[in-house]
Design a protein around this ligand. Structure first.
Ligand SMILES: Cc1ncc(COP(=O)(O)O)c(C=O)c1O
Length: 423
């Protein structure tokens, strides 16, 4: 497999040249990645040169519209879908909210939908609210210890009345890669529409959505090196069956039906930069045919760089008897996001200590409250999360391991002493 040129990669991200960020290794990528330079410069140029109402017949306006269209075309290429199947919205939370409204046109009282307790609230709360419209909501539950969903449990939930199944490609905490293609195939055989939250997976290699078989696939561009936008793929033929959530007179325009907020022109236009970054990455690493072949090469390149880093981190965490890692311990089975809890130190304290040592990490419930509760983790206390991307280095991973060791080992004797004092 082609080895990633990390120096090249990091030169594509302005944050790595930013002196205010120097000396701090970034491990909160699952919250939002650094944007690539192509996105930053497109956003700046749009604001300087094209910040007018798009799609009119004067040069700045028509060029602004062309930029927006190009984003749809280029990202569709990396996702293995057609441009009209790509929709932008303010965020994934907003997109699922709008979709759930739009699905009311398809669902009748007594119809059933299946949601999980593994999802971020964005892909579960909006759907659960359909209960107010007479829809029966069934829950596909995780194993309390591993936090994983078992396909066998899904079988018991599917009935003749099931219309919709929503689940994550990977959870933003447990990070297990759900077998999406198998699950969507099973759902399709039962005549069930699938909505897959790909937010926690897409940054690790934009997937071929057609291959995954999802009817709807959502993710957040601000976590995939881009601007603060959500992207959803809605399979051709499905959109027209959903309610129109845009202005009534725009019902005939597919790009407007799911965007009641109206598009953020500049950010949609700048999203093309993500594809341009991937093009550059591919070109630097040897290139070859474009289209889906290029998308596959890029996917393999970034995943190939992440897995060894993730394996090193998981291996270390596995040696600590005082930690509970949420989700599988095998790197190949998960996205490069690792959450853990420990009795000995509050998650907030842990990330503060990490920050003092030059490591940016996250703590909290990460809006996966149902998942933490199901795993008997107090959501108010939450977990520590370390998430990495292909632009992280092995030095950073070794560094964060040393920092964790230092923090845990200074904490543990103090706690032992306290417990000793208490008798
Ligand atoms: C797995 C997952 N799904 C959905 C969301 C919500 O995305 P957005 O912030 O775009 O609404 C997040 C955000 O962290 C997430 O991690």
């Amino acid at each position: 497999m082609q080895k990633l040129d990390l120096g090249f990669v990091r030169r594509q991200f302005p944050a790595f040249a930013e002196y205010t960020l120097a000396g701090q290794a970034f491990f909160e990528n699952a919250g939002g990645s650094y944007p690539c330079g192509a996105v930053v410069s497109r956003l700046g140029e749009y604001y300087r040169r094209l910040k007018v109402q798009p799609y009119y017949d004067f040069p700045a306006s028509s060029e602004a519209g062309e930029w927006m269209d190009a984003s749809r075309v280029r990202l569709a290429e990396y996702l293995g879908v057609t441009p009209p199947e790509v929709h932008f919205g303010p965020s994934t939370s907003q997109n699922t909210y709008v979709l759930a409204q739009a699905f009311r046109a398809l669902l009748n009282p007594g119809d059933e939908i299946i949601v999980t307790n593994q999802d971020h609230e964005a892909n579960t709360g909006a759907w659960r609210r359909l209960a107010a419209h007479g829809v029966t909501v069934r829950e596909w539950r995780v194993d309390p210890q591993s936090g994983m969903l078992a396909e066998s449990d899904l079988e018991g939930l599917l009935t003749e009345r099931t219309r919709l199944l929503t689940f994550p490609h990977a959870s933003n905490l447990v990070a297990h890669i759900n077998p999406v293609a198998r699950i969507t195939a099973r759902a399709r055989a039962a005549g069930v529409i699938t909505v897959v939250d790909g937010v926690a997976w897409a940054p690790h290699g934009l997937p071929d959505v057609r291959e995954l078989g999802a009817d709807i696939y959502l993710f957040s561009l601000y976590k995939t090196y881009g601007p603060h936008q959500g992207l959803m793929v809605v399979r051709a033929g499905l959109l027209e069956r959903l309610g129109n959530e845009g202005h009534y007179f725009n019902a005939g325009d597919p790009s407007k039906r799911l965007v009641p907020a109206g598009p953020d022109h500049a950010q949609v236009a700048a999203a093309r930069g993500i594809a341009e970054y991937f093009d550059a990455l591919d070109a630097h690493h040897g290139a070859g045919p474009g289209g889906s072949a290029r998308a596959t090469r890029v996917r393999n390149l970034v995943r190939g760089a992440e897995v060894p880093l993730l394996a090193t981190l998981l291996e270390y965490l596995g040696t600590r008897r005082d930690l509970r890692v949420l989700g599988p311990s095998v790197a190949e089975q998960r996205a490069a996001t690792v959450s853990f809890v420990t009795e000995t130190i509050e998650p907030l304290e842990m990330v503060r200590s990490l920050a003092r040592l030059g490591f940016m990490a996250g703590n909290g419930n990460f809006y996966a409250v149902r998942l933490l509760e199901a795993m008997n983790v107090n959501p108010d206390r939450g977990a520590v999360r370390l998430s990495l991307l292909h632009y992280n280095s092995s030095e950073e991973v070794n560094g964060v391991i040393e920092a964790l060791e230092q923090i845990l080992d200074t904490q543990t004797p103090a706690r032992r002493a306290r417990q000793g004092d208490a008798g």
